[in-house]
Write a protein that binds this ligand. Structure first.
Ligand SMILES: Cc1cc2nc3c(=O)[nH]c(=O)nc-3n(C[C@H](O)[C@H](O)[C@H](O)COP(=O)(O)OP(=O)(O)OC[C@H]3O[C@@H](n4cnc5c(N)ncnc54)[C@H](O)[C@@H]3O)c2cc1C
Length: 340
């Protein structure tokens, strides 16, 4: 069980800046995100696209913005719990009990929901008994590529992830790339490399095929793939990787007793609190009159929510407004070295 001042749900840009605002006022934060990486939509949907409306940064990309936000919160040594969805939120005396999909439990007086459009989840294979093999031969993301060394791996998909991983894993695994169309939709350059590797005998390509079934008891022995004209093939394999893109689901947030307005959470704009004391919502997931779904709005919302968290985390202390330029305690927290 982890006790902390604030649990931030969502490691998108808004959750990251909230960590900064909480850190400079001396609050300890733990961050949980369902994805295997930090950065939310910026990393998952547009890492290389330019953004032109972050204050004082004329141009950055989704990736460089995420990197800068992470650099800015480095002094706070925040723990990130990735690949974990916050599943349940319940009251525990004067605090909140937060339980994740991996049964990790946090106890905190404050929760900041920076959940964007909900949790991103991989689109999965729609065949019988597939759950039985999930993370035991069937994967939708790669945490450690070494796991696939010298294995026979079937990769499904035609987008960038499928192509990039086919190229990467072909360096040390036997790769079969399966796609339901003859054309790939990933970057042309990657598609060309894949075709070249096929000619060199380093990758096998099966198109247009889709998965029909999986064979095996405790582990995968083989898969059967089927083409549009009904032709089937049995392929002995150790692992199956599915890269079919992500779906966004509001997910378990709807079950936490919060007021909802369509797929967003109404908040009080004084402190971004929801209808539950100690639960705040910021960024794309919150709504109020005039809400703009922009990163810069989320930064402001996080700043106000952080100050409200202070009251519940330190009920016997008075919050003092301070500028980072002149506050000694803030600068100490940031690890700023004084030059006389
Ligand atoms: C193509 C594109 C271009 C854009 N360009 C701009 C732009 O130029 N300028 C601009 O200001 N904005 C832009 N936006 C919008 C901007 O990306 C969003 O406003 C911003 O990402 C919102 O940040 P967030 O932190 O609120 O949510 P998100 O970035 O959506 O992050 C939310 C995170 O919460 C996680 N999460 C949700 N529920 C749970 C749960 N139960 N448990 C664990 N984790 C959970 C998700 O996995 C996700 O990682 C663009 C968006 C897109 C799609």
């Amino acid at each position: 069980m982890i006790k902390t001042d604030v649990v931030v749900i969502g490691a998108g840009p808004v959750g990251l800046f909230a960590v900064h605002q909480l850190g400079i006022i001396g609050l300890k934060t733990e961050v949980v995100d369902n994805l295997d990486k930090i950065g939310g939509q910026c990393i998952e949907l547009y890492p290389d696209k330019p953004i032109y409306d972050i204050p004082a940064i004329p141009e950055c990309t989704g990736k460089s913005l995420t990197d800068s936000l992470l650099e800015q919160i480095k002094p706070f040594k925040t723990n990130f719990h990735l690949n974990e969805r916050v599943q349940e939120v319940s009251k525990e005396k004067n605090s909140w009990k937060i339980t994740t999909s991996r049964n990790k439990i946090f106890i905190a007086p404050n929760i900041i929901i920076a959940g964007g459009v909900g949790s991103f989840e991989p689109r999965k294979f729609q065949i019988k008994e597939v759950e039985k093999f999930e993370n035991n031969g069937i994967f939708y993301s790669i945490k450690d590529k070494n796991y696939f060394k010298n294995k026979k791996v079937c990769i499904f998909g035609g987008g960038d992830s499928a192509l990039d991983w086919a190229i990467e894993l072909s360096k040390f695994a036997e790769v079969i790339l399966v796609h339901r169309r003859n054309e790939f939709r990933g970057a042309e350059h990657s598609a060309q490399i894949v075709r070249k590797l096929e000619k060199e005998g380093k990758i096998k390509i099966k198109t247009p095929f889709q998965i029909q079934s999986i064979e095996g008891q405790d582990k995968i022995a083989a898969i059967i793939i089927k083409s549009d004209d009904g032709k089937t093939e049995n392929i002995a394999t150790d692992c199956v990787l599915g890269f079919f893109g992500l779906i966004m689901k509001l997910g378990p947030i709807v079950e936490w007793g919060l007021n909802l307005d369509k797929k967003t959470i109404p908040v009080n704009t004084e402190n971004f609190q929801t209808n539950k004391e100690g639960i705040f919502a910021i960024g794309d997931i919150c709504t109020y009159p005039g809400k703009l779904k922009l990163i810069l709005s989320g930064f402001h919302e996080g700043a106000l929510a952080a100050r409200a968290c202070f009251k519940l985390a330190r009920p016997n202390e008075k919050y003092r407004f301070e500028f980072t330029t002149t506050s000694k305690s803030v600068q100490e927290r940031l690890g700023v070295k004084k030059s006389d």
